[in-house]
Write a protein that binds this ligand. Structure first.
Ligand SMILES: CC1=C(CCC(=O)O)c2cc3nc(cc4[nH]c(cc5[nH]c(cc1n2)c(C)c5CCC(=O)O)c(CCC(=O)O)c4C)C(CCC(=O)O)=C3C
Ligand SMILES: [Fe+2]
Length: 447
């Protein structure tokens, strides 16, 4: 359903699992005063040709007169002012680190979201089964360490901090820490690859709210790095994972005495409420893919992987969803992976390679919904099953992420020190721009 002014009220009253703009976001191209993320990105990327900014070298050198601050991206404006950043913020979701953290963490995640209590209790059991510990925090500590090593190896000389939306260290704490260390211009790398409210817009809201909560708005600026699902950084590890998964399922099938059976490749990502997916633009992507933009981005990744991994030639594939929450009455993207592989088995498929393309590391969603639930479903169906690896801290991912960061970091000649390599065909810039998938939630206080 597309939310229009006419049906807006009923949409607001229906149970909403994810807040978002209640009107279809104005497409960036329809506004004149707000540069789009595409324009912002190209302002960064093209400034070497268009507006060289010499002499903006090392910002860590102390007390020269500060150059103008880049405007907070979350506020809907940006600038191509010199973008020498003082610090990188690795921004993530956060997770509990003990049984006592589980419920407070879940309350943080779902503040004001209409997630039924039964669902929270259900999700709590996933964490409880793992000692109340989400793997995500340690994964982010490891990623931070790996990024620091890569940044140091390239002599980029910029510190990296880590902060979360839902658990310690919260953004408020990290922002204060960065400020106390003298950092004023922050470049934020979010651990979500795709566009959408949870993965992009909400982080921008978080940064903006945090600047208000800490009283640092006048002194600190935050620019969020673009999404990277289309980058070699994210794709290359999944190419390796797909090839390895196919080999493993073929071996399992061989052992099971079915040497001629072929694996099906089941791509899977986090489901979101359908109306949120449908609220995303631009129309050109919806028209090209015949589906919402969130699904289209995942389809583009899936098709690119199928086409570029030789072992996948001739195999069937599908896009499925996991980790649905919210009220059963609210439509979320489907099919659920368990339903999908049940149908596959009924249609004669003998084995599946599950490709968790929605996640950058083995989050609780991956451990529970894929390594536990979907795996059990497959076992009941007699399907050979392989869950492919996530990028994690693989070298290709880490160095590719630093390539993406490099687009924003300018060297002594004012030019970006490098570029990410975008390998998934399509024009993906400008989708999660300042005018898109953002709704400010002044009601939420986090500290
Ligand atoms: C698109 C998307 C990503 C992928 C992008 C990205 O990677 O960021 C993602 C990641 C994650 N989601 C996570 C955990 C949770 N998400 C929840 C709830 C929700 N997620 C949603 C969407 C997404 N979520 C939505 C629309 C909801 C409904 C409520 C709301 O609008 O917020 C809930 C509440 C209980 C439940 O309903 O499941 C939990 C506990 C963790 C941490 C896992 C760990 O601990 O390892 C991670 C990385
Ligand atoms: Fe989630």
């Amino acid at each position: 359903m597309t939310i229009t002014p006419e049906n807006r009220e009923s949409a607001e009253n229906s149970e909403s699992a994810e807040p978002h703009q209640n009107t279809r976001p104005v497409h960036p191209t329809e506004t004149s005063d707000h540069p789009t993320e595409a324009q912002a990105d190209s302002a960064v990327a093209e400034s070497s040709q268009a507006t060289p900014t010499p002499g903006t070298e090392n910002k860590t050198e102390g007390a020269e007169a500060p150059a103008p601050l880049p405007v907070d991206y979350a506020e809907g404006t940006t600038t191509d002012e010199p973008s020498n950043y003082d610090a990188i913020l690795l921004a993530s979701f956060g997770g509990p680190e003990g049984q006592d953290d589980v419920i407070p963490f879940l309350r943080n995640v779902t503040t004001g979201r209409g997630i039924p209590d039964e669902r929270l209790e259900e999700v709590a059991t996933h964490y409880r089964a793992n000692g109340g510990i989400s793997p995500i925090n340690q994964q982010n500590r490891d990623l931070k360490g790996a990024l620091e090593a890569e940044v140091a190896a390239r002599q980029l000389n910029i510190p990296i901090y880590w902060g979360n939306r839902n658990w310690n260290p919260f953004f408020t704490e990290t922002f204060r820490e960065m400020h106390a260390a003298g950092h004023r211009r922050i470049l934020a790398l979010v651990t979500s690859a795709y566009n959408g409210y949870s993965s992009c817009g909400q982080y921008r809201e978080d940064f903006s709210l945090t600047l208000d909560e800490t009283g640092l708005r006048e002194e600190m600026s935050v620019v969020k790095v673009r999404q990277f699902f289309m980058d070699k950084a994210f794709i290359d590890p999944f190419k390796d994972a797909l090839a390895a998964g196919i080999a493993d399922v073929r071996a399992q099938l061989e052992q099971a005495g079915k040497p001629d059976a072929q694996p099906k490749i089941v791509f899977v990502t986090h489901s979101i409420p359908s109306r949120n997916a449908e609220a995303m633009g631009p129309d050109r992507v919806i028209e090209e893919y015949g589906t919402d933009v969130y699904s289209a981005e995942h389809l583009a990744v899936a098709r690119h992987l199928m086409a570029s991994v030789p072992e996948a030639a001739g195999l069937e594939h599908s896009l499925t969803f996991q980790s649905r929450s919210g009220s059963p009455k609210t439509p979320w993207l489907e099919p659920d992976i368990n339903d999908a592989i049940t149908e596959d088995a009924e249609a004669g498929v003998a084995g599946v390679v599950v490709m968790p393309i929605g996640f950058v590391s083995d989050h609780m969603e991956v451990l529970w919904d894929l390594d536990t639930e979907a795996k059990d479903t497959a076992a009941e169906l007699g399907l050979a099953y392989h869950r492919a690896a996530t990028p994690g801290i693989q070298e290709k991912f880490v160095s590719g992420l630093v390539d993406v960061l490099s687009e924003y970091l300018k060297g002594v000649n004012g030019e970006p020190v490098g570029f990410g390599e975008q390998v998934v065909p399509g024009q993906w810039s400008g989708i999660c721009g300042p005018c898109n998938c953002t709704r400010f939630r002044k009601d939420v206080a986090r500290s």
